[in-house]
Write a protein that binds this ligand. Sequence first.
Ligand code: ZN
Length: 315
Amino acid sequence: MPNVTRGVQRAGEVAEENRGSGFYRVKTLVMKDGEGPWYLRFITPLDAMPSADMHMFCDTKPRPDEYKGENWPKAMFAVCQNDRMFIILDEAGNPTGTYEDGYGKCYVHDRDRGKVRDGKFKRDKSQPDWQTFALAVVREPVLDTVTKKTRGYRDATDDFKLPDGTIKQVPRFVVVSQKHRNFWSGVEAALFDGGELGAYDVRVTRQENDYKFAVSAPDATLYPGSPAWARYTEALELIGFDLDAEVIKWGSHDWYARWFDPSRTPEGGYGGDDDSSESSADADGMTATAARPDPAAVDEFANRLQAARSGASTS
Ligand SMILES: [Zn+2]
C-alpha cells in the first residue's frame, strides 16, 4: 500500500465505524438559477478541498431486477476512474504512471465516447469536469424583529436519530461541488483580506451560470479551532461523515457496478430506496448520494486523494 495521508486513513476508519448506520445523510447542495441566495459556513479550508475529474450526468444502466426500490435514477455522477487519484504513488509520493487494479480504463469514458452531451455546448459526453468539493454548513439569517434587517446568522439544523431512538439536532451539512473557474476562484476573491474561510458566512447568489459572493465580517467567536467550532467537529463525528471518503466512494468499483456497468453487481447488493431516493444528477449537478462507502474500497483507494490534491489543477 503506497503512502496514505492521515486524513484519508481516517476516512477509511470512519467509513468502517459507520457501516450499517444510515441515520443521516449529507446531501450535495444544488444551487439552481433563480433560487437562493444561499448562506454558507465552509468547514473545509480552501487549501484542503479535494478535487476530482467528475462525470456529471452519466446514464445509469437499466434498473436491475434486484433493486428493491421505486426510484431508480436516470442519471448519476461519478468520479472518473481515469482520475489521477487512482494512480499508484511511489514511496516519495510521486505518481508512478501505473493505475490501481481495474483503474485507468474508465467504463463511462469507453461507453460514452463520441456521444454528444445534452445542453448548448455539444461536448463529448465522455469528457469529465474537474470539480472541487467542500463541506459546508447551511446558515440562516437572523432578522432584527423591529428593523427586519439581518442581525447575524445561525446554523440551519436537521434531526439526527441516535441508535437508541432519541433525536438530536445537528447542523445541516452539505457538500458543495463546484468548479474552480466559476465558483471557488470567486470565494477566494471575496476573502480580500486573506482571512480564513471558516471565519466568515458566505452569501452565494446565482444568475444563469454566474455566481456572486459576499462575505460577512470575520466571526469573533465561530471560526476553526474556536470553542464554538467544536459543535461542527462533534456533529461530524456523530454522523460519521467524511468528505474524503465520500469522494473516494464516487469513483469506487462498487459505485460503477451499482449505477453503470450492467455486467457487474455491487458487493452487498442494490438494496432499495432510502432517504436519498431522489438521488440523481440533474441539469444543475448533483443531488443526494446513495449507498454508503464500501470500507474495503475506501481502504483500497485511500492514497489517491493525496495524489489528486498534490497535483491539483485549477482549470
Ligand atoms: Zn472517465
